[in-house]
Design a binder for this molecule. Structure first.
Ligand code: HEM
Ligand code: 2DC
Length: 469
């Protein structure tokens, strides 16, 4: 017999008390570890309420399958109120990230063709390959200047620039010039604003932003400043392209970038296009750069694996005779490495849906409308799900049985990450160029862990050494 919703184990009776305990555990930065702990305490399903945030949490791939089958026609994630509050406050439109229902679907269908369809890779790859080559040239220059035939550094700032340059070149069909020695201070400010925006979001998951705004809390003011900086910079980039497009008399045959294509297509309003392009630009920086940083860290820790990947890349280069689009089809282990990175160091600690229909999970009844979360970080480290989860083994992804509802770093279904194809291609091209040019080493044993700042980030700087091959 199916047990009722009210019998699901967990702490869900007093949100305020739970928020207090959560705060004492430094939960704002430890969310992923607390979730792991909860699964250990309560088993594969638990119910929870922290502040005003209420959810049912699951961890098993089979249960994820049930969850996503019940997501309905208009899948809906947890509403990040800090983000919607800012837009309401400044009177700005929601983009695809924040829209829901019919409006979301109409926008998403059109954006899918321009942003996530495989057909677009043809257009994206040459642009991203250029950025990859420039990054490598920049590292070579840094190595030369060091006079030591190596470069030891915390690469995160360099990777932020690489990521912003990559996503911008795809969105605008133009380079920002972030691989140069002197960069636009506005671009640097944009990068800093994104980090601040994420950081200030996490407390507002549990305490309503409307309340924080009323009491004039610093976290709300910082959050507004961060989004203001993001929107100002994105507006400048968008205006620039818009002006260029209007001045052009004949349409050129060259790919104009995602924004140009959307404007020429004329199927979404300019305001809708601006809103979603801004979200794409902001969503495209910390996500891929941190994933690449973790990957370099893992490759530095596993020199033999690094050589294996290098050999795969060299063989792919020869076989494809330098055709990058073809080359990307010949690097399964590199792709496995990126999946392995997202398993151990996911950007998103969880995936969530408000379910559209009643479901039964772990023999508990869960009514329609409930927020159900799949603990992605916890699942990636569960020995019942992954054999020897603590080991970084890209080759495990070459086996098909590894795949069933286990490779979920970008989410699932029609509401999955819109930037997925850009992110994957950008990261694959980066690793190809890096492996072809440098050996990656790390300092003696510093164990780096994750800290939650809405997305999961390394809790301390990762210092790496790059040596030319
Ligand atoms: C949504 C992960 C890079 C833009 C998401 C979601 C995840 C995710 C887990 C939620 C999906 C779901 O609920 O099923 C990642 C990871 C990235 C990455 C791991 C890189 C390693 C990017 C990039 C962009 C981007 C580069 C922009 C170019 C978006 C947008 C959404 C989204 C716009 C919302 C889509 C919607 O609601 O319809 N991402 N992302 N992401 N991501 Fe990403
Ligand atoms: C954070 O409990 C933890 O891709 C919360 O590119 C639940 C939650 C809800 C939405 C998730 C968020 C978590 C992590 C960051 C995500 C976000 C949806 C999209 C966003 C996963 C898991 C991200 C990073 C986007 C950001 C776009 C940008 C314009 C802000």
């Amino acid at each position: 017999i199916v047990r009722p919703f009210s019998e699901i184990p967990g702490l869900w009776k007093n949100g305020v008390v739970n928020l207090y305990n959560f705060w004492k555990l430094n939960g704002f930065r430890n969310l992923h570890r607390i979730m792991l702990q909860n699964f250990n305490t309560f088993g594969p399903i638990y119910r929870e309420k922290i502040g005003y945030y209420e959810s049912v949490n699951i961890i098993k791939p089979e249960d994820a399958a049930i969850l996503f089958k019940a997501e309905g026609h208009y899948p809906k994630r947890l509403k990040v109120e800090a983000w919607t509050s800012y837009r309401d406050y400044r009177n700005r439109k929601y983009g695809v990230l924040l829209k829901n229902g019919e409006d979301w679907r109409n926008n998403r269908v059109i954006l899918n063709k321009e942003v996530i369809s495989m057909k677009m890779l043809e257009n994206f790859v040459p642009l991203l390959d250029d950025v990859g080559q420039d990054f490598v040239a920049r590292v070579h220059k840094k190595i030369q200047r060091s006079g030591q035939n190596k470069w030891t550094t915390d690469l995160s700032q360099e990777l932020f620039k690489y990521a912003l340059e990559s996503v911008s070149s795809v969105l605008y069909g133009e380079r920002l010039g972030l691989m140069l020695d002197y960069i636009d201070p506005e671009a640097q400010r944009f990068i800093d604003c994104i980090t601040l925006m994420f950081k200030t979001t996490s407390p507002m998951l549990y305490i309503p932003p409307a309340l924080l705004r009323q009491v004039g809390a610093k976290v709300w003011r910082d959050h507004v400043q961060a989004w203001d900086g993001i929107f100002n910079q994105a507006d400048r980039c968008i205006q620039n392209i818009y002006r260029q497009l209007r001045q052009e008399t004949e349409t050129s045959k060259e790919y104009p970038g995602v924004l140009g294509s959307l404007l020429l297509l004329d199927k979404l309003s300019i305001e809708d296009i601006k809103a979603s392009v801004t979200e794409l630009m902001a969503g495209g920086v910390d996500t891929t750069s941190i994933t690449l940083l973790w990957t370099l860290y893992e490759l530095a820790r596993h020199p033999n694996l690094q050589e294996e990947l290098r050999a795969e890349v060299a063989a792919a280069r020869t076989a494809s005779q330098g055709d990058m689009l073809d080359m990307l089809k010949r690097i399964p282990l590199v792709k496995g490495a990126l999946k392995e990175t997202l398993r151990l160091h996911p950007v998103a600690v969880s995936l969530q849906r408000y379910i559209a229909e009643d479901i039964i999970i772990q023999n508990y009844h869960i009514p329609a409308g409930t927020l159900v979360q799949l603990g992605l970080y916890a699942m990636g480290r569960d020995p019942k799900v992954f054999f020897r989860p603590e080991q970084y083994l890209p080759s495990r992804w070459l086996r098909t049985e590894t795949q069933y509802f286990r490779s979920l770093g970008f989410g699932f279904g029609p509401r999955q990450c819109l930037g997925r194809r850009i992110a994957e291609t950008e990261m694959q091209i980066f690793l190809i160029h890096m492996l072809e040019n440098f050996r990656i080493e790390k300092q003696r044993n510093v164990e780096v862990q994750s800290t939650f700042e809405l997305i999961l980030l390394p809790d301390k700087p990762i210092i790496l050494t790059l040596k030319p091959l």
